[in-house]
Design a protein around this ligand. Structure first.
Ligand code: GLC
Length: 530
């Protein structure tokens, strides 16, 4: 067995910097704010943080519209703040992963400004330009992820440019070697400043069909769904040439010592997702696996997903699990506050590297946003769809002071009515809190190699629960999760011979378990076998 890499044992914590900690009273979080909270991250016990974009940006998509890949937006601070943050994290043994947004730039990026100047501009071909269709309309039927056609007409030059997201986010032409070279230099800039890896934004979108064929229409589209579901993205995304780029990125990371990590944001079913590990696993280390986020919350459905994923993982491919991020509904809203505890146990005991979204450790739910305070352009463009992402992006509650210690000013999005009681300070003092549970799970995962690195196998039981074992070097840990509020009696086909090491319900801890286990409603347990 080869030595595990640091990121195989790691738990990654996602920070949405606008909402983590404000340090200057403008109501928006910043890098100096994160520095103030590094002790919390160390106390919680995470191994790495991934920080969403903080580069100079007009903020049309809150930083996912980058106007300069090698700088810091003044809203978030300075390069000196960034260096301080890297040092503060590294001192505590926490790695730092940046968000790299290569698919598109801001329309305010000097490259695009230059490209749109004229058809002859040297950077014209850095973006994707097409002539109108014969009727003057867009060149094909591709739909923007933010709604509407993915093509914007540029009056002066008489051509359309392509934008998979907002019109303010024109897609780069990754078939152009100059684009690749410039973007790889941006990676090197941050690698030299000590970052430990990148999460690559919408990696599967980066290459589009060379012939720009129409996407097939989705016959299952229902009114009220977001616009992009009108078509199936057969030609506009997930093209085979994508792998070459992922492999090139990987090689850039490998120019530097210390196993820098490459993560891909890829919304695809597991069978397609695993292609992104690449031949000989030379592409993405960790293609983010989001499929748990819409799996039915049932033991059989979740087990089917885990087994389908395990079955298609290439040899040496390391799994990834995600239960929340800044784009999706909060897990506590999806499954309810009691099940959020069980979900935390699931996330931190599956085989693979988990990524935990800031606030989920507090059991934070989606915060309702009054219509006049909606800020997300996706939500403003498509009211009434599930695309408004503000409710899952609200500020972290730290304590019971004004705005829960997030800012001394007016927070850019409201905090929830119950957030003082859910704050870090309130939960740190309560051993029964979800925060205490998350911390105990992280601690156990670190101490127990069967949990961080062990093999996965389902455990056959009588009783409608999710049960699996993790084993390594003769150690066997069994996880049993009750996904419903009603108590369950679980019978094992063979006596387990163990004791409850950790439970979502402290009353069970220490209990001896042989062939039978009584689970309370919404209870999950981790059993260490003798
Ligand atoms: C990713 C980001 C999302 C952003 C989009 C466009 O999906 O997570 O927040 O809007 O890419 O960059």
């Amino acid at each position: 067995m080869s030595e595990p890499r640091w990121w195989q044992k790691a738990v990654i914590y996602q920070i949405y910097p606008r909402s983590f900690q404000d340090s200057d009273g403008d109501g928006v979080g910043d890098l100096a704010g994160i520095v103030r909270r590094v002790d919390y991250l160390a106390w919680l016990g995470v191994d790495a943080v991934w920080i969403c974009p903080f580069y100079p940006s007009p903020m049309a998509d809150f930083g996912y519209d980058v106007a300069d890949y090698v700088g810091i937006d003044p809203l978030f601070g300075t390069l000196a703040d960034f260096d301080r943050l890297v040092a503060a994290l590294h001192e505590r043994g926490i790695r730092i992963i940046l968000d790299f947004v290569p698919n598109h730039t801001s329309d305010q990026h000097p490259w695009f400004q230059d490209a749109r100047r004229s058809r002859e501009s040297p950077r014209r071909d850095w973006y994707i330009w097409r002539d109108p269709a014969p009727d003057g309309g867009p060149p094909n039927n591709w739909v923007s992820q933010a709604g509407g056609s993915a093509w914007a007409f540029d009056e002066p030059s008489g051509q359309y440019y392509y934008h998979a997201f907002l019109a303010q986010q024109p897609d780069l032409n990754w078939r152009n070697p100059d684009v690749r070279a410039a973007m790889y230099d941006a990676l090197r800039f941050w690698l030299e400043r000590g970052v430990d890896g990148f999460r690559v934004d919408v990696l599967w979108h980066m290459i589009k069909d060379a012939q720009f064929r129409d996407d097939p229409v989705n016959p299952d589209y229902r009114e009220g769904e977001p616009d992009f579901r009108r078509v199936r993205a057969r030609y506009s995304a997930d093209q085979p040439e994508m792998l070459e780029i992922a492999m090139e990125m990987r090689r850039v990371l490998e120019e530097y010592p210390g196993e820098r990590l490459l993560i891909g944001e890829i919304y695809l079913p597991v069978e397609r997702l695993v292609a992104y590990y690449g031949p000989d696993l030379g592409a993405v280390h960790l293609p983010f696996n989001f499929n748990l986020m819409w799996q039915r919350w049932r033991p059989d459905a979740i087990m089917r997903l885990v087994q389908a994923y395990e079955a298609v993982l290439p040899v040496g491919g390391w799994p990834s699990w995600v239960l929340g991020n800044h784009d999706q509904m909060r897990i506590a809203s999806r499954v309810g506050p009691a099940q959020a505890r069980v979900a935390m146990m699931l996330l931190l005991t599956l085989r693979g590297t988990p990524t935990l979204y800031n606030g989920d450790e507090l059991g934070i739910e989606n915060v309702p946003i009054p219509p006049e305070r909606v800020r997300d352009p996706f939500g403003i463009r498509q009211p009434g769809t599930d695309q408004g992402r503000d409710p899952q992006r609200t500020p972290m509650p730290w304590d019971r002071t004004a705005h829960c210690g997030f800012t001394t000013g007016e927070p850019w999005l409201p905090l929830g009515a119950d957030h003082a009681g859910r704050s870090v300070a309130a939960q740190q003092g309560d051993p029964g809190s979800i925060l205490a549970l998350a911390r105990a799970l992280l601690d156990l995962r670190r101490r127990e190699p069967a949990l961080s690195l062990g093999d996965f196998a389902p455990v056959t039981v009588e009783g409608d629960v999710l049960a699996y074992a993790r084993t390594r070097d003769g150690r066997r840990v069994v996880v049993v999760l009750n996904l419903e509020p009603v108590p369950k009696t679980v019978r094992f086909s063979e006596p387990l011979g163990g004791r409850v090491e950790l439970s979502t319900d402290s009353a069970s801890v220490g209990r001896r378990i042989d062939d039978r286990l009584e689970l309370a409603g919404d209870e999950g347990v981790i059993i260490a076998t003798d």
